[in-house]
Every structure is written in structure tokens, then in C-alpha cells.
Design a protein around this ligand. Structure first.
Ligand SMILES: Cc1cc2nc3c(=O)[nH]c(=O)nc-3n(C[C@H](O)[C@H](O)[C@H](O)COP(=O)(O)OP(=O)(O)OC[C@H]3O[C@@H](n4cnc5c(N)ncnc54)[C@H](O)[C@@H]3O)c2cc1C
Length: 687
């Protein structure tokens, strides 16, 4: 068997080693365009979980790599005039040059044919397996781009990758305000003499600072000046260090015929979570395993390889993209107090939570908890147990339960479920109207709405958006039916708008009478008020079409006039549909709501149109809440499959929301033990 590997980076060399180790009869040739000691970049970080797989795959390289490692367990965050430190993170780093040296030596020892200074201009022919390990700009991938389904998109900030002879003793983030905007640094040591020093900033800041007009030396001098205090008199070094965009590479398929992609050629993960080299080397392990398992049947092995690796890689890419996006927005968080800013940074990609940080670094979360709850004592409850003040109302904690959930007791607030403002505003005949509804629990947030074109349906237990055979007349911003089976609504005229606005006002009076604590107007999920907000559902020719917020804001103003308590709006921050509201639009709407008296935004998403493209996953609404909270500076309420107190502590503690809806699974931890003589039915009835 003959294997041709294009690219002698970590992925290509490690694969060559593993293949020769698995079967010395296999011919493996690596083509590398550069000389052995020429490489880009400085040091690369490995997190603790990367190392186990390397140890098992090839002990010799594992020992050589780990013997060279610079190791540390601290993250330092320099922000405003503070230094915040978090311990227990366990990182290691190695010079990229040294890593390649180790891999090259091991390759030679195992009989890999290494051809340096050999650039592949096309996919090499004549091998049983061709491996594209030629990095982010892969020639192999480009030769079959349509078959691989390649997408390359820039993500994150502009960045430049320097080295420095200042040896940091922790992974160090630096945030520096300038008149052009915020710059940040990711720096870490990788041997006893040198550290990596990556500088980044959003493109607009980069342009304002004139960096697009500076050459390599000038931009290095700019960065040395800007971070002089952090560099403590040391220099920055360039290794072809120019400002770049980070390309996010994805491929719909990683193999085509006898050709397979590994490492950066197949997928990239933003450097801010330091996983690219690890992913590249793990790809090599998975490909070797698949070939061995399939007895060198290339076709079967390539399918196996991809099936095994893709979910792991996609999860990492997701976390990396979230981290990259965070750094483009980080200037928006600079109103946060240092301890919360630091917690927000540490939890940015969802891989560290309040609970896991407590295990790593109890002192850090203790400090956060004490700051959050305003306690001067050293022992304080975690963030969700801090009270929240909304106007005159003080909520005991940050947990919101659905009225139909088991977990109502103990929650700081109970969510009513949809209550219609009138008979004609019901979703289905079993939707309560405000005239007949009374709160079963307190304090309660009443979700008051009008179903609009999603009304007159069979009960939700039967199915969603299935029209009643003989329903009532529907109204909406425009006469567009909701789903394929829905009936057409009538376009609401100005008299109709006034009637419904008055009904909301009357509903508000009634809410006050029955003791509602927080009133929430439903502007979400394609119901009546939402239908005015979205360009997909509001096609009106009048001023309520040219100013889509006009009617919802008029209604909000009318309610605000008569409601003195906390007033919330439930808002679909994005439509998740082409041509609809994007997140930036949602944030702009939230700002307008706040200007018109809204005290709390309940962030949800989608359902504006029936064929939206939802992005459901655990905690899927948290990012939207974060955007609204920062962009409109308003308290937010968020749900989205949050199932643990830890989820809520992380979200609230990091300032991504103020209240969390918890969907606690029903607990069957404790049950009565059945006596042998008791019939089974009785035992079930008693649990
Ligand atoms: C700023 C920055 C910081 C990073 N920090 C980290 C970090 O801390 N931790 C981490 O794990 N990862 C980090 N990475 C990512 C990491 O560098 C890559 O994910 C990793 O190098 C991928 O390995 P690879 O072997 O797939 O590709 P590469 O390392 O890019 O290797 C590809 C090789 O192929 C060669 N080649 C290309 N085209 C041809 C051709 N046509 N013919 C012959 N040879 C060719 C190239 O010369 C190169 O040697 C960082 C990346 C960047 C940009």
C-alpha cells in the first residue's frame, strides 16, 4: 500500500508516523513545500484533555513533546487597572518549530519518506491513498472543492501572531482601551525563553488605528508601544507576522474517492480556544484507527473516519466560533465590573461553567458570588440566589418556573403561559382569556398576547398550527396565512388596531386587579404583535408597514401609561429565516422597547414563519439574551433548554441574563420501596 501525504505539518507528519507504526510495509511519502526548519507562528497550546490520546497513539512522540512542554495552570486577565487571576486550568505549550522537529525525527526513524522543498501543485497520482494535510489553504482541497463542499469564511477579529522574549507565567489576556477602540492580547509561554503574543481587534478598530497602512515593522512597533507596560521592556519578534483574518474552513465531506482531508485542510477552529493542532493530530489517530479497523480497505475506512471525527470536530468548531465572536464584541462588555468581566471571559465558549470553575478554582467563584450578591462575608450564595429588583418588586431569586412545571415552589417568579387578551386573540379554544384567568402561583409574570394569524387552532396537544374546522376570524399585520394548512387572516385596519390596543389596556387593568406582579406583552413567535415587527409578515402599504415598530410601540406606550409595575416584552430576537429579522435588528427593537418603558426583555427566537431554520440545542437562547442585554442595556429573561442550577448560575453570574427559565426534569431520585406483598399498581400510585 502506498500513501502520499501532502503537507508536513502536525497532521501530515503524525499520520505518517502512525501509519508506519501500524504497518511498516506501508510506503508513506510526505511532500512538504518548506525546508524542515521553516515554519509560521510561534508556540501552540494544548489543553489537558488533548494529551491522553497522544500518549496512547505513540508513546515516543508523547514523551518527547511533554518533556519539552512549558506548563502552567493560571489564566491572568489584565483589564482596566486590575489583574484577575484564575487557577486550576492546566495548559501546556510547545514551540511549533520544536513540535515539527520531534515529529520529523520520529518520521525519519520509522522510515517515512520526507520530501522537503516539494510543493504539490495538484493532487498527486499513483497512490492508494492521498492525504490532504496541507493546511488552511490546501491545494488538495482546492482541486476538488465542489466535491468536498468547501466553505471558507473569515471569523473573529483581525489578528497578528508575534513572539516575545518576555516569559509570561500564565495564559495572559490583556485588554487595552485606545482612542481607536479596544485591543486585546492572548499571550502564553512556550519554552524557557519565549512566549506567543497574539494581538487582535475588530476590523473597524484596526482601520481607525491606521494599521491597514502600516508595514510589518511599523505595525510591530505600534503593538510594542501599545503594550509596553505588559511587555515590561521586552521586544516583540516577527515571523512573517502580518495582520490576517482567521479563516473558518468547513467541508460538507472530508473525502472524495481515494483522497482524504485532515487537520486544517478539513476544518479550522479559531485560535482563541487553542485546539487546531490537537484536532489535526487527533484526525491522524482516527484515520489510522479506521484504516486498521477496516483492514486497509480505504473506501470503508474513510467513511468510518469521517463518521467518528465529524461530531467531535463540529462541537469544537462551534465552541471556537462562539469564542471568536465573543472577542469581536468584547468591547461591549467593558461596562462590566472586573470580576464579572473575567467570569464572562472564562465561560465564553460554554466549556467552563460556574460549577466546573468552582472545582478548578473555588476562590474565584467565591469572589464572584460575594460580589454578585453584594455580600461582604466570604461565604455567599451563588448568583441565582441573589434577589433581583424590578421597579418596586423584589424577586427572591433568579429562577423562573413554568406554571405547569413541578418546580414552581422555590422559583423567584412563575410564568403564566399564554393568556389571550380577548376571545378572538386565543390560540385555541383551551387558551385562557384574561377575563377568566387568575394566577395559581405568586409572584407571577403574566404573558398577555393576541395570537393573530396563529389563532383558531386545535389544542396544542393535538398538533401545532392545525386550524379548527370552524374557527373564528383571524387578523394579522398582512393577509398572509401562517402555515400550509392555516387560513388567511384579514389585514388589521386602524379601527381594529385601536380595539385590540384597548383590549390590552383593559387586560392590564384586570391583571392589576388579580395581583399580577410582572406584566409581559407577547411580541414573539409570529403572534399578532410580532407580525408587525418582521418584514416577512408585515407587507403593509401604510405607515404601519413603513414603520414596522409603530403599532407595537403605540400599544406598549398605552399599556405603560396604566401599568405601574414591571413591564416585560417577549421578543423573537431573530426570525431564523432569510429576509427576516436578524439578531442586530432584534437588538435595535429591544432598544426601542426600552425607550418606551419596557423593563425586561424575554428573549426567544423564530416561529415568525412556519418554515424557519431553528438552531435548537442546549442553551440556544443564551447568546441572544446576551446580545440584547449588552446592546440595549436592559435586564433579560431567558430559557432555551436550561436544565440545571449550574446553567443558570453561569448565565446570570456572567451577566448574559438576569432571570432564567429552568426546565427541570421530573425527579425520581427517591421513591417508596415496595413491600413484597404490595401489588405493583399501589407502588406506582405512591411514588
Ligand atoms: C494565530 C494562530 C494561533 C494558533 N494557536 C494555536 C494553539 O495555541 N494551539 C493549537 O492547537 N493550534 C493553534 N493554532 C492552529 C494550528 O496552527 C493549526 O490548526 C495546525 O497547525 C494545523 O495543522 P495542519 O498539519 O493541519 O496544518 P499546518 O500546520 O498548516 O501544516 C500544513 C503544512 O502543509 C504545507 N503545505 C501547504 N501546501 C502545500 C503544498 N501544496 N505542497 C506541499 N506542502 C504544502 C505547509 O508548508 C505546512 O507545513 C493557531 C493558529 C493560528 C493562526
Amino acid at each position: 500500500m502506498k500513501v502520499q501525504v501532502v503537507g508536513g505539518g502536525p497532521a501530515g507528519l503524525y499520520l505518517a508516523i502512525l501509519l508506519r507504526k501500524a504497518d511498516p510495509a506501508i510506503e508513506v511519502q510526505v511532500l512538504e513545500r518548506n525546508a524542515p526548519d521553516a515554519t509560521f507562528g510561534w508556540g501552540v497550546v494544548f489543553s489537558e484533555d488533548a494529551l491522553g490520546a497522544l500518549r496512547d497513539a505513540d508513546h515516543e512522540t508523547y514523551v518527547a513533546i511533554t518533556d519539552t512542554f512549558a506548563r502552567w495552570d493560571r489564566v491572568d486577565i489584565r483589564y482596566r487597572d486590575r489583574l484577575l487571576q484564575s487557577r486550576g486550568h492546566s495548559f501546556s505549550a510547545i514551540a511549533r518549530k520544536r513540535l515539527l522537529e520531534i515529529l520529523q525525527q520520529r518520521s525519519f526513524a520509522l522510515g517515512v519518506e520526507l520530501a522537503f522543498g516539494c510543493e504539490a501543485k495538484a493532487v498527486p497520482a499513483g497512490a492508494d491513498l492521498v492525504v490532504g494535510a496541507d493546511g488552511v489553504n490546501s491545494t488538495v482541497r482546492r482541486a476538488h472543492e465542489p466535491e468536498f463542499g468547501t466553505r471558507v469564511e473569515p471569523e473573529g477579529c483581525k489578528y497578528v501572531w508575534f513572539g516575545t522574549d518576555l516569559v509570561f507565567d500564565a495564559f495572559t489576556f490583556v485588554f487595552r482601551e485606545t482612542e481607536h477602540g479596544l485591543f486585546q492580547v492572548h499571550a502564553y509561554p512556550f519554552d524557557e525563553r519565549t512566549s506567543t503574543f497574539i494581538v487582535e481587534c475588530p476590523e473597524a478598530t484596526w482601520r481607525r488605528a491606521g494599521l491597514h497602512e502600516l508595514d510589518e515593522d511599523e505595525s510591530l512597533a505600534f503593538c510594542e508601544r501599545l503594550f509596553a507596560r505588559d511587555l515590561e521592556g521586552h521586544e516583540l519578534f516577527s515571523n512573517r507576522s502580518i495582520w490576517l483574518d482567521f479563516p473558518k474552513v468547513t467541508n460538507a465531506s472530508w473525502h472524495h474517492g481515494q483522497t482524504v482531508l485532515v487537520g486544517d485542510a478539513a476544518h479550522t477552529a479559531h485560535f482563541s480556544i487553542g485546539s487546531g493542532t490537537k484536532l489535526a493530530m487527533e484526525d491522524a489517530i482516527a484515520l489510522r484507527d479506521a484504516l486498521v479497523r477496516r483492514a486497509w480497505d480505504v473506501e470503508a475506512a474513510l467513511v468510518d473516519y469521517e463518521l467518528e471525527r465529524r461530531p467531535v470536530v463540529e462541537r469544537t468548531q462551534q465552541a471556537a466560533s462562539e469564542s471568536a465572536a465573543y472577542f469581536t464584541r468584547v468591547a461591549g462588555y467593558t461596562h462590566l465590573e472586573p470580576i464579572q468581566f473575567a467570569f464572562n471571559l472564562l465561560t465564553r465558549s460554554g466549556r467552563i461553567s460556574h460549577a466546573s470553575l468552582t472545582v478548578r478554582d473555588p476562590a474565584f467563584t467565591r469572589t464572584l458570588d460575594a460580589w454578585f450578591t453584594g455580600a461582604s462575608a466570604r461565604v455567599a450564595p451563588p448568583p441565582v440566589f441573589a434577589p433581583l429588583q424590578l421597579r418596586e418588586l423584589q424577586l427572591g431569586n433568579r429562577i423562573v418556573a413554568r406554571a405547569d412545571a413541578e418546580a414552581v415552589s422555590g422559583a423567584g417568579l412563575v410564568l403564566s403561559g399564554f393568556v389571550a387578551v380577548s376571545d378572538a386573540g386565543r390560540i385555541s379554544p383551551d387558551t385562557p382569556t384574561i377575563d377568566e384567568w387568575t394566577p395559581a402561583h405568586r409572584p407571577v409574570i403574566l404573558q398577555l398576547g393576541h395570537a393573530g394569524r396563529r389563532g383558531a387552532c386545535l389544542p396544542r396537544a393535538v398538533g401545532v398550527d392545525l386550524p379548527l374546522p370552524a374557527g373564528w376570524e383571524l387578523v394579522s399585520a398582512s393577509p398572509l396565512p401562517y402555515g400550509p394548512y392555516s387560513r388567511s387572516p384579514r389585514e388589521l385596519d386602524e379601527d381594529g388596531m385601536a380595539t385590540i390596543r384597548d383590549a390590552f389596556v383593559a387586560g392590564t387593568h384586570r391583571a392589576a386587579e388579580v395581583g399580577v406582579d410582572v406584566l409581559e406583552l407577547d411580541f414573539a413567535h409570529g403572534y399578532l404583535l410580532a407580525s408587525f415587527l418582521s418584514p416577512l409578515t408585515n407587507r403593509r402599504a401604510d405607515m404601519y408597514g413603513s414603520e414596522r415598530l409603530r403599532y407595537p410601540l403605540e400599544l406598549l406606550t398605552a399599556v405603560r401609561r396604566v401599568w405601574e409595575g414591571p413591564l416585560a416584552v417577549r421578543l423573537s430576537v431573530t426570525d431564523w429565516a432569510g429576509g427576516g429579522l436578524a439578531v442586530d435588528d432584534g437588538v435595535a427593537i429591544a432598544r426601542a422597547l426600552v425607550e418606551h418603558g419596557c423593563d425586561l426583555v424575554h428573549t426567544v427566537a423564530g416561529q415568525t414563519v412556519h418554515d424557519d431554520r431553528p438552531e435548537y440545542r442546549r442553551s440556544f437562547l443564551t447568546g441572544l439574551s446576551d446580545r440584547v442585554r449588552v446592546g440595549a442595556r436592559v435586564p433579560t429573561l431567558v430559557g432555551g433548554h436550561l436544565t440545571t442550577l449550574d446553567d443558570a448560575n453561569t448565565i446570570v453570574g456572567a451577566g448574559r441574563a438576569d432571570l432564567c427559565i429552568l426546565d427541570l426534569p421530573s425527579s425520581d431520585v427517591e421513591r417508596k420501596v415496595r413491600a413484597p406483598s404490595e401489588p405493583a399498581e399501589r407502588q406506582i400510585a405512591q411514588t
